[in-house]
Design a protein around this ligand. Structure first.
Ligand code: CA
Length: 459
Protein backbone atom coordinates (compact mmCIF):
# COMPACT_ATOMS: atom_id res chain seq x y z
CA UNK A 1 0.00 0.00 0.00
CA UNK A 2 1.42 3.39 -0.88
CA UNK A 3 2.00 5.97 1.84
CA UNK A 4 -0.57 8.46 0.57
CA UNK A 5 -3.33 5.85 0.62
CA UNK A 6 -2.31 4.68 4.07
CA UNK A 7 -2.38 8.28 5.27
CA UNK A 8 -5.87 8.80 3.83
CA UNK A 9 -7.10 5.59 5.42
CA UNK A 10 -5.70 6.62 8.81
CA UNK A 11 -7.34 10.03 8.53
CA UNK A 12 -10.73 8.55 7.66
CA UNK A 13 -10.39 5.94 10.40
CA UNK A 14 -9.65 8.55 13.04
CA UNK A 15 -12.47 10.76 11.78
CA UNK A 16 -14.83 7.83 12.06
CA UNK A 17 -13.58 7.11 15.56
CA UNK A 18 -14.07 10.72 16.57
CA UNK A 19 -17.55 10.72 15.06
CA UNK A 20 -18.40 7.63 17.05
CA UNK A 21 -16.95 8.94 20.29
CA UNK A 22 -18.94 12.12 19.93
CA UNK A 23 -22.24 10.33 19.48
CA UNK A 24 -22.18 7.25 21.68
CA UNK A 25 -21.92 3.47 21.51
CA UNK A 26 -23.57 1.27 18.90
CA UNK A 27 -26.78 -0.53 19.79
CA UNK A 28 -28.06 -3.94 18.74
CA UNK A 29 -31.39 -5.27 19.96
CA UNK A 30 -32.04 -8.87 18.98
CA UNK A 31 -35.61 -9.92 19.66
CA UNK A 32 -37.15 -13.35 19.17
CA UNK A 33 -40.87 -14.02 18.87
CA UNK A 34 -42.81 -16.22 21.31
CA UNK A 35 -39.72 -17.80 22.84
CA UNK A 36 -40.18 -19.29 26.30
CA UNK A 37 -38.32 -18.13 29.40
CA UNK A 38 -36.59 -21.50 29.80
CA UNK A 39 -35.56 -21.94 26.14
CA UNK A 40 -32.05 -20.52 26.35
CA UNK A 41 -28.99 -22.10 27.91
CA UNK A 42 -28.52 -19.16 30.27
CA UNK A 43 -31.92 -19.88 31.83
CA UNK A 44 -31.20 -23.58 32.17
CA UNK A 45 -32.42 -25.04 28.87
CA UNK A 46 -31.02 -28.54 28.44
CA UNK A 47 -32.38 -29.86 25.14
CA UNK A 48 -31.73 -26.87 22.86
CA UNK A 49 -28.10 -25.71 22.89
CA UNK A 50 -27.85 -21.92 22.46
CA UNK A 51 -24.08 -21.39 22.73
CA UNK A 52 -24.10 -18.08 20.86
CA UNK A 53 -27.03 -16.48 22.65
CA UNK A 54 -25.31 -17.64 25.85
CA UNK A 55 -22.18 -15.72 24.80
CA UNK A 56 -24.16 -12.50 25.37
CA UNK A 57 -25.00 -13.68 28.88
CA UNK A 58 -21.47 -14.80 29.74
CA UNK A 59 -19.93 -11.60 28.33
CA UNK A 60 -22.46 -9.52 30.22
CA UNK A 61 -25.54 -9.82 32.34
CA UNK A 62 -28.58 -12.08 32.57
CA UNK A 63 -31.72 -10.31 33.76
CA UNK A 64 -33.30 -13.19 35.63
CA UNK A 65 -36.39 -11.06 36.33
CA UNK A 66 -36.45 -9.44 32.89
CA UNK A 67 -39.92 -8.52 31.68
CA UNK A 68 -41.73 -7.14 28.67
CA UNK A 69 -44.43 -4.50 29.00
CA UNK A 70 -47.15 -6.60 27.37
CA UNK A 71 -47.86 -10.31 26.99
CA UNK A 72 -48.39 -10.35 23.20
CA UNK A 73 -46.33 -9.26 20.19
CA UNK A 74 -47.56 -5.94 18.91
CA UNK A 75 -48.03 -3.87 22.11
CA UNK A 76 -44.79 -5.29 23.50
CA UNK A 77 -42.96 -3.93 20.43
CA UNK A 78 -44.74 -0.58 20.73
CA UNK A 79 -43.47 -0.34 24.32
CA UNK A 80 -39.93 -1.31 23.42
CA UNK A 81 -39.56 1.18 20.57
CA UNK A 82 -41.14 4.13 22.40
CA UNK A 83 -39.68 3.35 25.83
CA UNK A 84 -43.16 3.92 27.25
CA UNK A 85 -45.95 1.75 28.57
CA UNK A 86 -47.91 1.40 25.35
CA UNK A 87 -51.19 1.64 27.28
CA UNK A 88 -50.36 5.35 27.68
CA UNK A 89 -51.23 5.78 24.02
CA UNK A 90 -53.94 3.15 23.70
CA UNK A 91 -51.74 0.42 22.22
CA UNK A 92 -53.11 -2.60 24.02
CA UNK A 93 -54.02 -5.05 21.27
CA UNK A 94 -52.39 -6.95 18.46
CA UNK A 95 -52.95 -4.88 15.32
CA UNK A 96 -54.96 -6.18 12.40
CA UNK A 97 -53.16 -6.23 9.06
CA UNK A 98 -55.02 -3.34 7.40
CA UNK A 99 -52.79 -1.27 5.06
CA UNK A 100 -55.64 1.21 4.47
CA UNK A 101 -56.02 2.25 8.12
CA UNK A 102 -53.51 4.72 9.51
CA UNK A 103 -54.98 4.32 13.04
CA UNK A 104 -54.16 0.60 12.99
CA UNK A 105 -50.65 0.76 14.45
CA UNK A 106 -48.18 2.95 16.29
CA UNK A 107 -49.67 6.43 16.62
CA UNK A 108 -47.85 9.10 14.63
CA UNK A 109 -47.84 11.17 17.82
CA UNK A 110 -45.29 8.73 19.24
CA UNK A 111 -41.59 8.92 18.63
CA UNK A 112 -39.42 5.80 18.33
CA UNK A 113 -35.94 5.03 19.56
CA UNK A 114 -34.91 4.96 15.89
CA UNK A 115 -36.23 8.52 15.42
CA UNK A 116 -34.10 9.75 18.31
CA UNK A 117 -30.95 7.81 17.45
CA UNK A 118 -31.31 8.87 13.82
CA UNK A 119 -31.40 12.49 14.96
CA UNK A 120 -28.27 11.83 17.00
CA UNK A 121 -26.49 10.75 13.81
CA UNK A 122 -26.87 6.97 14.01
CA UNK A 123 -27.31 4.65 11.06
CA UNK A 124 -30.54 2.79 11.82
CA UNK A 125 -31.96 -0.45 10.44
CA UNK A 126 -34.85 -2.77 11.17
CA UNK A 127 -34.35 -6.34 10.04
CA UNK A 128 -37.29 -8.71 10.48
CA UNK A 129 -40.84 -8.38 11.72
CA UNK A 130 -42.40 -4.93 12.11
CA UNK A 131 -45.95 -5.47 13.41
CA UNK A 132 -46.60 -1.82 14.27
CA UNK A 133 -48.94 -1.09 11.37
CA UNK A 134 -49.13 -1.84 7.66
CA UNK A 135 -50.28 1.62 6.49
CA UNK A 136 -47.63 3.37 4.35
CA UNK A 137 -47.36 6.20 6.91
CA UNK A 138 -46.59 3.67 9.65
CA UNK A 139 -43.85 1.95 7.63
CA UNK A 140 -40.49 1.45 9.43
CA UNK A 141 -38.87 3.91 7.00
CA UNK A 142 -41.33 6.55 8.27
CA UNK A 143 -40.65 5.67 11.92
CA UNK A 144 -36.98 6.45 12.17
CA UNK A 145 -35.36 3.53 10.38
CA UNK A 146 -33.22 4.52 7.43
CA UNK A 147 -33.05 0.92 6.25
CA UNK A 148 -35.55 -1.93 6.38
CA UNK A 149 -35.41 -5.58 5.39
CA UNK A 150 -38.33 -7.78 6.36
CA UNK A 151 -42.12 -7.82 6.46
CA UNK A 152 -44.84 -5.63 7.96
CA UNK A 153 -47.26 -8.09 9.60
CA UNK A 154 -47.37 -10.15 12.77
CA UNK A 155 -45.87 -13.34 11.43
CA UNK A 156 -44.66 -15.03 8.29
CA UNK A 157 -44.17 -18.21 6.34
CA UNK A 158 -40.52 -19.28 6.64
CA UNK A 159 -39.77 -20.69 3.18
CA UNK A 160 -39.50 -18.50 0.03
CA UNK A 161 -41.71 -20.81 -2.04
CA UNK A 162 -44.66 -19.71 0.13
CA UNK A 163 -44.09 -16.01 -0.56
CA UNK A 164 -46.47 -15.47 -3.44
CA UNK A 165 -47.79 -11.94 -2.88
CA UNK A 166 -45.73 -9.07 -4.31
CA UNK A 167 -47.67 -6.09 -3.06
CA UNK A 168 -47.99 -5.94 0.76
CA UNK A 169 -50.57 -3.16 0.37
CA UNK A 170 -52.93 -5.48 -1.53
CA UNK A 171 -53.37 -7.78 1.48
CA UNK A 172 -56.28 -7.32 3.90
CA UNK A 173 -55.84 -10.15 6.40
CA UNK A 174 -53.32 -12.06 8.49
CA UNK A 175 -53.02 -15.25 6.39
CA UNK A 176 -52.26 -13.10 3.33
CA UNK A 177 -49.71 -11.04 5.24
CA UNK A 178 -47.81 -14.24 6.05
CA UNK A 179 -47.26 -14.81 2.32
CA UNK A 180 -45.94 -11.46 1.18
CA UNK A 181 -42.53 -11.28 -0.45
CA UNK A 182 -39.90 -9.64 1.72
CA UNK A 183 -39.14 -5.97 1.27
CA UNK A 184 -35.85 -4.11 1.22
CA UNK A 185 -36.81 -0.53 1.91
CA UNK A 186 -39.99 -0.23 -0.16
CA UNK A 187 -38.81 -2.64 -2.83
CA UNK A 188 -39.87 -6.25 -3.25
CA UNK A 189 -36.95 -8.68 -3.19
CA UNK A 190 -36.82 -12.21 -4.57
CA UNK A 191 -35.30 -13.83 -1.51
CA UNK A 192 -34.04 -17.39 -1.75
CA UNK A 193 -33.02 -18.24 1.81
CA UNK A 194 -34.88 -19.57 4.84
CA UNK A 195 -36.22 -16.41 6.48
CA UNK A 196 -34.12 -16.64 9.66
CA UNK A 197 -30.91 -17.06 7.64
CA UNK A 198 -31.88 -14.15 5.39
CA UNK A 199 -32.40 -11.90 8.43
CA UNK A 200 -29.05 -12.92 9.94
CA UNK A 201 -27.30 -12.26 6.61
CA UNK A 202 -28.81 -8.78 6.25
CA UNK A 203 -27.98 -7.93 9.87
CA UNK A 204 -24.34 -8.91 9.36
CA UNK A 205 -24.22 -6.90 6.13
CA UNK A 206 -25.50 -3.82 7.98
CA UNK A 207 -22.76 -4.23 10.61
CA UNK A 208 -20.17 -4.53 7.85
CA UNK A 209 -21.37 -1.43 6.06
CA UNK A 210 -21.53 0.67 9.23
CA UNK A 211 -18.44 -0.40 11.14
CA UNK A 212 -17.08 3.15 11.11
CA UNK A 213 -20.32 4.93 12.08
CA UNK A 214 -22.50 4.73 15.16
CA UNK A 215 -25.37 2.37 14.39
CA UNK A 216 -28.63 1.01 15.77
CA UNK A 217 -29.66 -2.44 14.55
CA UNK A 218 -33.09 -3.71 15.58
CA UNK A 219 -33.16 -7.37 14.56
CA UNK A 220 -36.55 -8.92 15.14
CA UNK A 221 -36.63 -12.57 14.17
CA UNK A 222 -40.16 -13.90 13.68
CA UNK A 223 -38.88 -17.29 14.84
CA UNK A 224 -39.89 -19.30 16.79
CA UNK A 225 -43.47 -17.98 16.28
CA UNK A 226 -45.80 -20.35 14.43
CA UNK A 227 -45.98 -21.78 11.78
CA UNK A 228 -43.32 -24.23 12.91
CA UNK A 229 -41.07 -24.59 9.87
CA UNK A 230 -37.37 -25.34 9.60
CA UNK A 231 -35.06 -26.77 6.94
CA UNK A 232 -33.28 -30.10 7.28
CA UNK A 233 -30.00 -28.33 8.07
CA UNK A 234 -31.42 -27.36 11.47
CA UNK A 235 -33.95 -30.17 11.97
CA UNK A 236 -31.18 -32.76 11.72
CA UNK A 237 -29.60 -31.34 14.88
CA UNK A 238 -32.65 -32.41 16.90
CA UNK A 239 -33.52 -35.88 15.65
CA UNK A 240 -33.09 -37.05 19.26
CA UNK A 241 -36.13 -34.99 20.38
CA UNK A 242 -39.13 -37.27 19.86
CA UNK A 243 -41.80 -34.57 20.14
CA UNK A 244 -42.18 -33.19 16.62
CA UNK A 245 -43.28 -29.76 17.79
CA UNK A 246 -40.43 -29.40 20.22
CA UNK A 247 -37.83 -30.64 17.72
CA UNK A 248 -39.00 -28.19 15.03
CA UNK A 249 -39.13 -25.38 17.57
CA UNK A 250 -35.61 -26.34 18.66
CA UNK A 251 -34.43 -26.20 15.03
CA UNK A 252 -35.89 -22.70 14.66
CA UNK A 253 -34.17 -21.53 17.84
CA UNK A 254 -30.93 -23.12 16.66
CA UNK A 255 -31.11 -21.13 13.40
CA UNK A 256 -31.44 -17.94 15.44
CA UNK A 257 -28.50 -19.00 17.58
CA UNK A 258 -26.32 -19.45 14.48
CA UNK A 259 -27.31 -15.95 13.39
CA UNK A 260 -26.48 -14.46 16.78
CA UNK A 261 -23.06 -16.12 16.52
CA UNK A 262 -22.42 -14.46 13.15
CA UNK A 263 -23.42 -11.08 14.52
CA UNK A 264 -21.17 -11.37 17.57
CA UNK A 265 -18.29 -12.58 15.37
CA UNK A 266 -18.77 -9.61 13.05
CA UNK A 267 -18.64 -7.20 16.00
CA UNK A 268 -15.31 -8.71 17.02
CA UNK A 269 -13.96 -8.67 13.49
CA UNK A 270 -14.81 -5.00 13.03
CA UNK A 271 -13.38 -4.06 16.42
CA UNK A 272 -16.77 -2.83 17.65
CA UNK A 273 -17.38 -5.33 20.45
CA UNK A 274 -16.50 -3.00 23.33
CA UNK A 275 -18.28 -0.12 21.70
CA UNK A 276 -21.62 -1.89 21.28
CA UNK A 277 -24.50 -2.62 23.62
CA UNK A 278 -26.11 -5.89 22.61
CA UNK A 279 -29.50 -6.83 24.04
CA UNK A 280 -31.26 -10.16 23.56
CA UNK A 281 -34.86 -10.87 24.57
CA UNK A 282 -38.17 -12.40 23.51
CA UNK A 283 -41.20 -10.20 22.79
CA UNK A 284 -43.45 -12.15 25.20
CA UNK A 285 -43.55 -15.44 27.07
CA UNK A 286 -43.88 -18.80 25.32
CA UNK A 287 -47.39 -19.70 24.15
CA UNK A 288 -46.44 -23.33 24.84
CA UNK A 289 -48.43 -24.69 21.84
CA UNK A 290 -45.46 -23.80 19.60
CA UNK A 291 -43.29 -26.21 21.61
CA UNK A 292 -41.86 -23.48 23.84
CA UNK A 293 -41.22 -23.83 27.57
CA UNK A 294 -41.54 -21.25 30.32
CA UNK A 295 -39.93 -23.66 32.78
CA UNK A 296 -41.23 -23.29 36.31
CA UNK A 297 -43.23 -20.18 35.55
CA UNK A 298 -47.02 -20.24 35.59
CA UNK A 299 -48.90 -18.85 32.61
CA UNK A 300 -48.08 -18.30 28.97
CA UNK A 301 -48.21 -15.74 26.18
CA UNK A 302 -51.20 -13.45 26.76
CA UNK A 303 -51.28 -13.91 30.52
CA UNK A 304 -50.04 -11.53 33.22
CA UNK A 305 -48.62 -14.43 35.20
CA UNK A 306 -44.85 -14.53 34.89
CA UNK A 307 -45.00 -17.07 32.04
CA UNK A 308 -46.58 -14.40 29.85
CA UNK A 309 -44.37 -11.43 30.66
CA UNK A 310 -41.04 -12.71 31.98
CA UNK A 311 -38.71 -13.48 29.10
CA UNK A 312 -35.18 -14.60 28.34
CA UNK A 313 -33.29 -11.30 28.60
CA UNK A 314 -29.54 -10.64 28.50
CA UNK A 315 -27.20 -7.79 27.64
CA UNK A 316 -23.52 -7.34 26.96
CA UNK A 317 -21.31 -4.28 26.89
CA UNK A 318 -17.83 -5.69 27.44
CA UNK A 319 -15.48 -3.45 29.36
CA UNK A 320 -18.33 -1.46 30.89
CA UNK A 321 -20.85 -3.98 32.21
CA UNK A 322 -19.22 -6.79 34.24
CA UNK A 323 -19.16 -10.21 32.58
CA UNK A 324 -20.99 -13.23 33.93
CA UNK A 325 -23.39 -11.24 36.06
CA UNK A 326 -26.91 -12.28 37.06
CA UNK A 327 -29.10 -9.31 37.94
CA UNK A 328 -32.25 -10.34 39.77
CA UNK A 329 -34.08 -7.05 40.42
CA UNK A 330 -37.14 -6.60 38.17
CA UNK A 331 -36.35 -4.82 34.90
CA UNK A 332 -38.46 -4.27 31.79
CA UNK A 333 -37.96 -4.02 28.03
CA UNK A 334 -38.74 -0.28 28.28
CA UNK A 335 -35.39 0.13 30.04
CA UNK A 336 -33.41 -0.47 26.85
CA UNK A 337 -34.38 2.88 25.33
CA UNK A 338 -33.52 4.82 28.53
CA UNK A 339 -30.26 2.89 28.90
CA UNK A 340 -29.21 3.70 25.35
CA UNK A 341 -30.21 7.34 25.56
CA UNK A 342 -28.11 7.81 28.70
CA UNK A 343 -24.99 6.71 26.81
CA UNK A 344 -25.25 9.40 24.12
CA UNK A 345 -22.54 12.01 24.40
CA UNK A 346 -24.92 14.86 23.71
CA UNK A 347 -28.22 15.02 25.50
CA UNK A 348 -31.12 14.39 23.17
CA UNK A 349 -34.65 15.42 24.02
CA UNK A 350 -37.49 12.93 23.62
CA UNK A 351 -40.98 14.04 22.70
CA UNK A 352 -42.62 12.26 25.63
CA UNK A 353 -41.25 11.24 29.05
CA UNK A 354 -39.85 7.70 29.10
CA UNK A 355 -40.95 5.00 31.55
CA UNK A 356 -37.67 3.09 31.44
CA UNK A 357 -34.55 3.53 33.53
CA UNK A 358 -30.86 3.58 32.60
CA UNK A 359 -29.70 0.19 33.89
CA UNK A 360 -25.95 0.69 33.49
CA UNK A 361 -25.26 2.34 36.89
CA UNK A 362 -27.12 -0.52 38.60
CA UNK A 363 -24.96 -3.05 36.77
CA UNK A 364 -21.65 -1.30 37.45
CA UNK A 365 -22.50 -0.75 41.12
CA UNK A 366 -22.59 3.04 40.85
CA UNK A 367 -26.17 2.93 42.00
CA UNK A 368 -27.52 0.60 44.61
CA UNK A 369 -31.16 -0.19 45.20
CA UNK A 370 -33.54 -1.15 42.43
CA UNK A 371 -34.20 0.50 39.05
CA UNK A 372 -37.97 0.35 39.60
CA UNK A 373 -39.95 0.54 42.81
CA UNK A 374 -42.84 -1.10 40.93
CA UNK A 375 -43.55 -2.32 37.38
CA UNK A 376 -47.11 -2.32 36.02
CA UNK A 377 -49.22 -4.19 33.50
CA UNK A 378 -52.75 -3.86 32.21
CA UNK A 379 -54.51 -6.15 29.74
CA UNK A 380 -57.66 -4.20 28.98
CA UNK A 381 -59.59 -6.91 27.13
CA UNK A 382 -58.91 -9.48 29.84
CA UNK A 383 -59.71 -6.97 32.62
CA UNK A 384 -56.42 -8.06 34.10
CA UNK A 385 -53.74 -6.09 35.99
CA UNK A 386 -50.43 -6.83 37.62
CA UNK A 387 -47.83 -4.92 39.61
CA UNK A 388 -44.40 -6.19 40.63
CA UNK A 389 -42.38 -4.56 43.41
CA UNK A 390 -38.62 -4.48 43.67
CA UNK A 391 -38.78 -6.92 46.61
CA UNK A 392 -40.60 -9.53 44.49
CA UNK A 393 -44.14 -8.99 45.77
CA UNK A 394 -46.58 -9.28 42.89
CA UNK A 395 -50.16 -8.12 42.90
CA UNK A 396 -52.38 -9.81 40.31
CA UNK A 397 -55.96 -8.71 39.69
CA UNK A 398 -58.65 -9.95 37.37
CA UNK A 399 -62.30 -9.01 37.69
CA UNK A 400 -63.03 -9.24 41.41
CA UNK A 401 -60.00 -11.37 42.29
CA UNK A 402 -57.01 -9.79 43.96
CA UNK A 403 -54.05 -11.99 44.75
CA UNK A 404 -50.63 -11.28 46.24
CA UNK A 405 -47.61 -13.48 45.55
CA UNK A 406 -44.05 -13.43 46.77
CA UNK A 407 -41.98 -14.41 43.74
CA UNK A 408 -38.90 -14.72 45.94
CA UNK A 409 -40.28 -17.67 47.89
CA UNK A 410 -42.96 -18.78 45.43
CA UNK A 411 -41.90 -18.16 41.82
CA UNK A 412 -44.73 -20.35 40.52
CA UNK A 413 -47.35 -17.88 41.76
CA UNK A 414 -49.26 -20.63 43.53
CA UNK A 415 -49.55 -19.29 47.10
CA UNK A 416 -51.77 -16.30 47.75
CA UNK A 417 -50.41 -14.27 50.67
CA UNK A 418 -52.86 -11.35 50.37
CA UNK A 419 -54.50 -12.08 53.76
CA UNK A 420 -51.14 -11.93 55.51
CA UNK A 421 -50.21 -8.57 53.97
CA UNK A 422 -53.36 -6.44 53.79
CA UNK A 423 -51.47 -3.14 53.94
CA UNK A 424 -49.25 -4.17 51.05
CA UNK A 425 -52.28 -5.13 48.97
CA UNK A 426 -53.89 -1.73 49.58
CA UNK A 427 -50.66 0.08 48.74
CA UNK A 428 -50.02 -1.80 45.49
CA UNK A 429 -53.66 -1.47 44.41
CA UNK A 430 -53.37 2.27 44.90
CA UNK A 431 -50.12 2.35 42.90
CA UNK A 432 -51.88 0.53 40.07
CA UNK A 433 -54.82 2.95 40.16
CA UNK A 434 -52.45 5.92 40.12
CA UNK A 435 -50.58 4.43 37.16
CA UNK A 436 -53.82 3.77 35.33
CA UNK A 437 -54.74 7.46 35.50
CA UNK A 438 -52.01 8.06 32.92
CA UNK A 439 -53.39 5.46 30.47
CA UNK A 440 -55.84 5.66 27.59
CA UNK A 441 -58.44 3.11 26.54
CA UNK A 442 -57.47 0.99 23.50
CA UNK A 443 -57.13 3.20 20.41
CA UNK A 444 -58.08 0.51 17.87
CA UNK A 445 -59.89 -2.81 17.55
CA UNK A 446 -57.42 -5.67 17.36
CA UNK A 447 -56.93 -9.21 16.18
CA UNK A 448 -59.52 -10.56 18.62
CA UNK A 449 -62.14 -8.08 17.36
CA UNK A 450 -61.71 -8.63 13.64
CA UNK A 451 -65.42 -9.16 12.95
CA UNK A 452 -66.39 -6.05 14.90
CA UNK A 453 -63.75 -4.07 13.00
CA UNK A 454 -65.01 -5.23 9.60
CA UNK A 455 -68.56 -4.33 10.65
CA UNK A 456 -67.54 -0.91 12.01
CA UNK A 457 -65.91 -0.02 8.70
CA UNK A 458 -68.78 -1.37 6.63
CA UNK A 459 -66.38 -3.70 4.80
CA1 CA B 1 -44.74 -12.67 20.11
Amino acid sequence: MNKALLFLLLISFSEATIAQQKKGPNVIIIMTDDMGYADVGFNGCKDIPTPNIDRIASSGVVFSSGHVSFAVCSPSRAGLLTGRYSQRFGYERNVLYIPGDEQMGLSLDEETMADVLGRAGYATMLVGKWHLGAHPNLHPLKRGFKEFFGFLGGGHQYFPKEWTISDPLSVMDEPGSYKTKLNKGNTVVEEKEYITDAFSREAVSFLDRNASKPFFLYLTYNAPHTPLQAPEQYLSRFSHIADKKRSTYAAMVSAIDDGVGKILDKLKETGQEKNTLVFFLSDNGGPVENGSSNGNLTGRKGSLFEGGIRVPFAMQWPGTVPAGMVYDKPVISLDMYATVLAQLKQSVKTKHPLDGVNLVPFLTGKKTGAPHETLFWRHYDMKSYAALSADGKKLWMKGDSTVLYDLGTNPREAKNIADEHPARVIKMKQQLLDWEKGLKPPAFLGLSQRDAYIKSKGL
